[in-house]
Design a protein around this ligand. Structure first.
Ligand SMILES: C[C@H](O)[C@H](O)[C@H]1CNC2=NC(N)=NC(=O)C2=N1
Length: 101
């Protein structure tokens, strides 16, 4: 998968199909709200497994009932690449089963 930086316009276009995700500076970000703290912790573990499978890792912040992700591609000098969007799409698919909004 390409680790070439994507343009802001391309990122915005791709985020149209990723509700709740945003381009913040040089990262794409999303905060999920969960029914409980334990559900938030469980989603964090699920995301960690996805990240190890993809070998692509976001900064994750576990709150009382939230999981916040912030990601860009270090190997591309901290730009947003296809790898970040692929991770976002996998997480977006996994989160609803945890009761995430
Ligand atoms: C050696 C290992 O493949 C690399 O460090 C991987 C690990 N996870 C990663 N995660 C992110 N966000 N960007 C990277 O460039 C990256 N590279």
């Amino acid at each position: 998968m390409s680790a070439e930086p994507l343009s802001p316009n391309e990122i915005d276009r791709r985020l149209e199909s990723l509700p709740g995700w945003a381009l913040e500076g040089d990262r794409i970000t999303r905060t999920f709200r969960l029914p409980s703290h334990f559900a938030a912790a469980a989603l964090t573990v699920h995301i960690a497994r996805i990240q190890d499978e993809l070998n692509h890792h976001a900064d994750l912040t576990l709150g009382y009932n939230t999981v916040a992700l912030s990601v860009h591609t270090h190997d591309a000098g901290g730009a947003v690449t296809e790898k970040d969007l692929a991770l976002a799409e996998r997480v977006a698919s996994a989160a609803p089963a945890h009761g995430a909004e």
